[in-house]
Design a protein around this ligand. Structure first.
Ligand code: HEM
Length: 460
């Protein structure tokens, strides 16, 4: 249903300058602080001017539910996702309408809980190997940049689960480097006032084209190798082999090499840094809360007694899961999302015009005082069944909600539990700095390195 806009009001405009719109204040304050201040002043729905576009900011769960749930057909991944399309092409993250539905149907089985179970073992082994390598390098009380380390570990996990490959040091550096560079350039493009087509040979466009061709070379080679794999191979299926085998249930068609390339890059883009950020923010937030680390470890030791976790163990790590939920509440790696409005609509009585860009802000809805007690306090037990009862479903949405909920949510919650469990078995950590500053670009990143002081739990 599309609401009539006759009775709706214009949403208040936030902290704007004539001609320049919201951008100068946003650049001075950073988007998180800018939106937070505007929210306090203007309420749960307000307008911003983002370069040539009108933006509508949605912070109330009912407004967000309308955009991503009940009236979602009116809100598409239009031109706003063109930057990401440069990298992924048309894939699950960027498609809309029937093509998206068909692709999602095709990919859902690969991400089902039963499929993810088989990756628990490899996630645990990769984590143990990383820890063993740190033991060589880092003395008791030594410092590591945990974000750098978590980016490496989660890259290894994506490569192993997608392709069944250990990243040789070189291949990992080459494709990981090309990927990081392309991502950085996509992000810078998103922030730029003027976006020249990729065919214009500016220095950054040339770098982007180079990074994309390195990536493509690697990905197409891997797809060709996977296609040559005999179907009765006794190897553990990977996400790629599951995608290769999947067929549309209406047409019987599988994915072309180009579709597979787009999906592989989409899964890298959507699944690698986000999960690394869950871990990094976890380390940073817990560094000054030894009682929570202790409670997590008691559970890990009780359930695992020193061995690697199995798929059956993961649901037993109930407290670890609550801590993960709370990390994702306070530091959602996807801190906002965006949709383009097709037709006029209204959100909480405020007008949305065709062509507006609507931005649900997860970072703020997770702090909305109508739905969260003491929102800035780190309190994992707020996710206990008793205290979760009656909470607005759309007040917590680190993976988004509705039909386009993150397809990798079980994957990353499983990975987070396995990584925390294996890390807690072997080390303790603190941080000298009181906190880590946030940098809200496409994802919610730490500003700079995250130095963590490691204490080994055993000497083995
Ligand atoms: C903590 C980790 C993660 C977070 C916070 C996260 C967050 C999100 C969010 C908020 C969306 C919705 C985007 C939108 O529609 O606007 C999304 C979509 C998606 N995510 Fe994740 N994600 C995570 C991990 C993963 C992993 C591990 C994978 C894959 C291995 C993945 C693959 C995807 C894909 C393919 C989509 C598009 C789904 C669709 O539109 O049908 N994500 N993710």
């Amino acid at each position: 249903m599309i609401a009539s806009t006759d009775t709706v009001r214009e949403a208040p405009h936030a902290l704007e300058l004539p001609w320049f719109g919201s951008v100068p204040a946003m650049m001075a304050l950073g988007p998180l602080e800018y939106y937070r201040r505007a929210w306090k002043k203007h309420g749960d729905v307000f307008r911003v001017t983002l370069g040539p576009r009108n933006g509508v900011i949605a912070i109330h769960p009912d407004a967000i539910e309308r955009v991503l749930g009940s009236n979602r057909e009116n809100y598409v991944k239009g031109a706003t996702y063109d930057g990401i399309r440069l990298l992924t092409g048309e894939g699950l993250l960027t498609l809309d309408g029937e093509p998206w539905r068909a692709r999602r149907r095709l990919e859902n089985p690969a991400f089902h809980r039963d499929s993810i179970r088989r990756f628990v073992d490899v996630m645990g082994r990769i984590s143990r190997q990383a820890i063993a390598a740190w033991r060589w390098r880092i003395p008791n009380g030594g410092v590591i940049d945990i974000h750098h380390e978590m980016m490496r570990v989660t890259l290894e996990v994506v490569a192993a689960t997608l392709f069944g490959q250990r990243l040789g040091e070189d291949a990992g550096e080459e494709s990981g480097g090309a990927f990081a560079e392309a991502l950085e350039l996509v992000s810078a493009r998103g922030n730029a006032m003027v976006q020249l087509p990729l065919s214009v040979p500016t220095p950054s466009n040339l770098r982007m084209r180079r990074a994309l061709s390195t990536l493509d070379r690697q990905v197409f080679r891997t797809i060709a190798e996977a296609r040559r794999e005999p179907p009765d191979s006794d190897k553990i299926p990977t996400l790629l082999s599951m995608l290769l085998a999947s067929r549309d249930h209406n047409t019987g068609q599988g994915l072309s090499d180009r579709d597979l390339r787009n999906e592989v890059i989409t899964l890298f883009l959507a699944g690698h840094e986000t999960t690394a950020l869950l871990m990094t923010w976890g380390f940073a937030l817990l560094a000054h809360k030894p009682h929570i680390i202790r409670a997590m470890r008691e559970e890990v030791d009780r359930v695992l007694g020193g061995r690697l976790p199995t798929a059956e163990d993961v649901p037993q790590l109930v407290y670890v899961r609550r801590v993960i939920d709370e990390i994702l509440r306070l530091r959602p790696p996807a801190w906002c999302t965006a949709r383009d409005a097709v037709a006029a609509d209204s959100l909480q009585g405020f007008a949305v015009q065709p062509g507006d860009i609507v931005l649900p802000i997860m970072y703020l809805v997770h702090r909305h005082p109508d739905f969260w007690d003491d929102p800035e306090t780190f309190d994992p037990d707020r996710f206990s069944p008793e205290r979760s009862k009656g909470r607005h479903h759309w007040a917590y949405m680190p993976f988004s909600l509705g039909p386009r909920i993150c397809i990798g949510n079980i994957f990353s919650l499983t990975e987070g539990a396995v990584l925390f469990a294996t890390l807690l078995q072997e080390l303790d950590w603190t941080m000298d700095a009181p906190e880590v500053a946030m940098d809200a670009s496409i994802t919610l990143r730490p500003k700079g390195p995250v130095p963590v002081r490691v204490r080994w739990r055993t000497t083995s």
